[in-house]
Design a protein around this ligand. Sequence first.
Ligand code: FES
Ligand SMILES: [Fe+2]
Length: 473
Amino acid sequence: MPTEHQISPVRPASADVAAMERAAPPGPHRVPDRLDVARSRYDAAGLRSLVAPGWVHSAVYTDPRIFELELERIFHKGWVYIGHESEIAKSGEFRRRQMGRQPVIFVRGQDGEVRVFLNRCRHRGAIVCEVDEGRDSYFRCWYHGWTYSNSGELVSVSGPDGYGPSFDARENGLTPVPRVASYRGFVFATLDDAVPPLEHYLGGAAKVIDILVDSAPRGELLVRSGSNRTIYKGNWKQVGMDGYHPLFVHASVLATWERHSDSGHSLGATHSANPFNFDGVSETRDFGNGHTMLDFLKHRLNHSGKFRSILENTPGGADYIEALYAEHEESWADVLLAMAGDPHVGIFPNLQLINNQIRIVNPISVDETEVVMFPVLFANVSPEINALRLRQHESFYGPAGSGSTDDAEIFERVQKGLGASIDPWINISRGMNRERVEADGTIVGHISDEVPQRGQLKQWLTMMVGRPEFEEG
Ligand code: FES
Ligand SMILES: [Fe+2]
């Protein structure tokens, strides 16, 4: 169903899907003045005009002013994924992270509590943590030596006599991010105190995160195996949740998996019989709030035998399978095993759980994005099972992997193509003629359908215009 936020001046809100499919794209000759990018103020009406049912204006991906608004209204307002608690399992462990342009420190204090601070000295603003990760009792600012504990207190001021008696160190600790919340070890933060609670925001997507967590015995994930990073010259909204492209961008990899699906290659096993085929049963899901999924469950339930036999032939594999069935209902354990712990979900705006990895998307500029990929291992399993997980991650996503590099290349080609401005609308209508809505509101389509792209854009628009204070005219 079209929503208020899909309304465009070139398409009536009440247009039904069939009418939309018959209609021509909103061409440049029909673009109203406010879509003249050079003159646009991007007020609420102008922003709404960039998204029509099944269409999006390329300025959404190319205009630096849109990018600045995204940082302000999405990354500096809403829930943003920070990191996994297991990354900082020991007191004093820290990771440097970004919330849009805000540098933050994700740290476990001496008291065992997980906190997120702005990475900014309270004296004259230098960052106090200049390395990506580590473990320490203190953050010492290099500029003039102010020193903070790993719980954020200002514990030492160099030359304290220079400050009068009214100076209170307790008021000059590191600034905590206003709200931090965790879902099963996944830590999110927001700079805006007024947003709804994290569990409301995650909604139906939370049960998909469970696929990864429950696949680890006792739900204990280990995100402590480093990360690999890709920076590509393309917009941040291009990354992930596209089930249409693998047949083309990853054609050679899919062919390899197919040839080796019986060889013990675990990715080949989980992708056997090609889950992306046009006549297959894999699906796409839009849970609302921009959270979307490539759902391989129906496909994988039909092909779970190969992955199961790989596990059974791996030392510790039989114990692992037994633990899953001991901990969970049989039907859920069947799902966990068939899915191989792969939720393939995107949590808007910056978290994706794909195969064996947690992925953070960091927007750098309108046409530059960093993707950081963290392989996820399990506690309470044999080293061989974790080695299998790590090799699987590397084979597609690692620096010498067979897949991620092709994705980065195609994102760059998309960004170049979007620079052509004569006919600026791009088509995201695939599957609008056949999507269905489940009882809980989840929109479901075929794996190749653009249900995720529409779901993400819907949330994008909601956050860009959805609050009264953003209404400019
Ligand atoms: S800016 Fe940190 S001590 Fe001066
Ligand atoms: Fe891809």
